[in-house]
Design a protein around this ligand. Sequence first.
Ligand code: ATP
Ligand code: MG
Length: 363
Amino acid sequence: MTLPLPSYFTDFLNDIRPTPAQRADMIDGHTRLRERLESDTQLKTGFVSMFLQGSYRRHTAVRPKDGKRADVDLIVVTRMKESEFTPTEAMACFKPFLEKHYKGKYRQQGRSFGIEMSTVEMDLVITAAPSESEAGVYSSLSESEDDLHLDEDETQPLVKTALDGLPQWKTEPLRIPDRDLGRWQDTHPLVQLSWTNQKNARCSGHYVNVVKALKWWRLVHASELPDRPKSYPLEHLIGDCCPDGISSVAEGVVRTLEQFSQRYAFYAACNQVPYSPDRGVDQNVLARIDGKDFAKFHAQVVAASKTARNAFEAPDAQTAAPLWRELFGDKFPQAPDGGPSSKKDGFTPHQGGPGVVGPGRFA
Ligand SMILES: Nc1ncnc2c1ncn2[C@@H]1O[C@H](COP(=O)(O)OP(=O)(O)OP(=O)(O)O)[C@@H](O)[C@H]1O
Ligand SMILES: [Mg+2]
């Protein structure tokens, strides 16, 4: 018999999601940035739109550990033609604006500008001009209230994107500058978002929570794991491995880890990294991962998959919760004392308190 402990997972997910303060900071920061871009006399004629991308937008962000700032990714679509601007020149156009409004708070990175807010960091990626018809799609995105719909409640359906309902041919990838490589590169954040929405629907809304749980597992076990894969490449691997049709987060975690273990065993044995094309763009998402790191990561996934399977098949909460806590640390609620005899409807009620679930929440 499996014990999915749904309310334990609900509490766990509540505790690893970005905090209300981070969400408020983010909405404030991104709203103000948009207003400033739209009214900047030098930039406004070249400005098409700005929209949220990244894990925040896809509902796959987790709260950063150890007091780090949450990262919020934003795309600024411009009218700059890549035939007229090198990546360095394109990014330089934004410097006077950043100096004026964010002096001392921003820094230039390889493909983006990081802007520090009190609890979050905005990561601003500038893109070259899409064709005129595409510009229409992107400028309508800017008006959308979707941008303000953040990761507030895992039970809410994911936001629809401008891509949903549009034939695929209507949107082409955007081009982003890679300053380090000195060239423009394809990216298609809307297809990544749309893919995630569809995958989530095929997983009855559990997919994004499986991603969050496993990103949290990586953070908890960071000292035993290589630095990569993490962030989007990790999410992408989870997307490749998570089976459709899962009926709980717990099931998704177990089956994703098991699928990862089986699917990549051969690669890990050869210290090789699989090729996995991005959603909407034929570029290897895993290109920056080292073969030995991939093998180390795989070995830890194999071990985690066994713990997760034992937790999933445990006969009662007292057996299951410590195993889940091995994987997810102390954000996962403890089971109450009392052993299997205290079970109620297959789940064990608890007294509440830090790190534990409250009473009456074992539906
Ligand atoms: N290797 C990659 N291949 C394709 N797209 C990528 C890759 N790395 C980053 N991206 C895109 O850039 C976005 C922002 O990157 P970032 O490193 O912030 O990851 P993230 O998914 O937002 O995760 P995190 O929660 O760690 O911030 C990603 O969500 C993804 O859309
Ligand atoms: Mg991010």
